[in-house]
Design a protein around this ligand. Structure first.
Ligand code: SAH
Ligand code: SF4
Length: 356
């Protein structure tokens, strides 16, 4: 994508209406443009039959119309598909489409190239941060994958859910992620419901305190430990914002009735999978507003931690359920193509192996 021009895929409908009006065009043309892009996923302007040539020329001259390019994709045996997306400046990020029951198809998207937080269990964390993604690049992942699915798999394909759990710390890129989220919710556009979008954060306290200012989507907190010493070992951010500060900030998140905060907890063998970790979680979390999502640690080449046994995870989950929590275990998907949580790293030495 061009660094100089703003992406056309970064405007809310109202902003596009205002823009066209200011430039002497009819406001309603924005509705038509919006419909072609965000409802029909048709990016070839020659097909925009109800949009005038003048407007098309104006948009072409003024904005960046390119989409992230799918440079590689690979299908896991469980149906999960990983996409490597080129951003036009030699940087790539990954997005993962995860199918589930009832036609649910969740897209796990990236918010940054790499990540600055440096969690010691995370493959992305080992990359460091290269740069933030723009709003157009974040929304572009959704658009490019939808178009790919419609062209290659099913003309009616629809990604029904979004999780900000790909590469990057979404709250570190607050403004662009916020604008992208507005676009995902836009009624005359992609029109996902607030509950279909989940933002996962490692616990950037100042940005958590700004969530009043963010569309009310589901929030997941990457907790991973109930004791400061273990959390600091796993997540250097805990040195700056420890559990006390994190939970003080979480209290400021506006929660609509019957909504929960999800706490993600990676279960790592012999590290945070003990009875005292369960006791610690019970002290920290209020059963009425918390859900716990256990993620068995996914190993990747050179990872220094180990996956827990299935029995251990089951015991951990049962124990929390017995103490009154809603607690689920995330089924690992896509591990055979390194598409599972924490395995995303834009590096493809094995490119040819997985090409299909
Ligand atoms: N940066 C954000 C969102 C992206 S990470 C965050 O950390 O919340 C998405 C989820 O994958 C997080 O809960 C993260 O902790 C988890 N994850 C990272 N590495 C993992 C690994 N090796 N095994 C299992 N889960 C992992
Ligand atoms: Fe960044 Fe999340 Fe990975 Fe931590 S777990 S390094 S915050 S992507």
């Amino acid at each position: 994508m061009s660094a100089t021009k703003r992406s056309l895929y970064s405007f809310t409908l109202e902003e596009l209406q205002d823009h066209l009006k200011e430039n002497g065009f009819a406001k309603f043309a924005a509705d038509q443009v919006y419909n072609w892009i965000f409802k029909r996923y048709t990016f070839d302007m020659s097909e925009w039959s109800n949009v005038s040539k003048k407007i098309k020329d104006h948009l072409t001259e003024t904005f960046d119309l390119s989409l992230p390019k799918i440079v590689w994709n690979g299908l896991s045996t469980d149906g999960t598909r990983k996409y490597l997306l080129g951003m036009g400046d030699s940087n790539t990020v990954e997005a993962v489409a995860i199918p589930a029951k009832n036609k649910r198809l969740t897209l796990c998207i990236s918010s940054q190239v790499g990540c600055a937080i440096g969690c010691t269990f995370c493959h992305t964390g080992t990359m460091g941060l290269t740069r933030h993604l723009t709003t157009g690049e974040i929304v572009g992942q959704y658009l490019a994958v939808t178009k790919w699915l419609r062209d290659k798999v099913d003309a009616e394909a629809r990604l029904t859910n979004i999780v900000y759990m790909g590469q990057g710390e979404p709250l570190h890129n607050f403004e662009n992620v916020k604008q992208a989220t507005r676009l995902f919710l836009e009624e005359q556009g992609i029109a996902l419901g607030q509950r279909k979008i989940t933002l996962s954060t490692s616990g950037l306290v100042p940005q958590i305190e700004k969530l009043q200012d963010f569309p009310p989507v589901n929030i997941a907190i990457s907790l991973h430990a109930a004791h400061n010493n273990i959390r600091t070992e796993l997540m250097p951010i805990n040195k700056a914002y420890d559990l006390q500060r994190l939970f003080d900030a979480i209290k400021t998140i506006p929660l609509k009735a019957h909504r929960f905060i999800t706490y993600e907890y990676i279960v790592i063998a012999d590290l945070n999978d003990r009875q005292e970790d369960i006791d610690g979680l019970c002290e920290l979390l209020d059963t009425k507003v918390s859900k716990v999502n256990l993620i068995p640690f996914n190993e990747y080449p050179e990872s220094k931690f180990k996956s827990p046994s299935g029995a251990k995870v089951e015991w951990f989950q049962e124990s929390l359920i017995n103490r009154g929590y809603i607690c689920t275990t995330r089924i690992t998907k896509g591990a055979d193509i390194l598409a599972a949580c924490g395995q995303l790293k834009s590096e493809h030495d094995k490119l040819n192996l997985w090409d299909d």
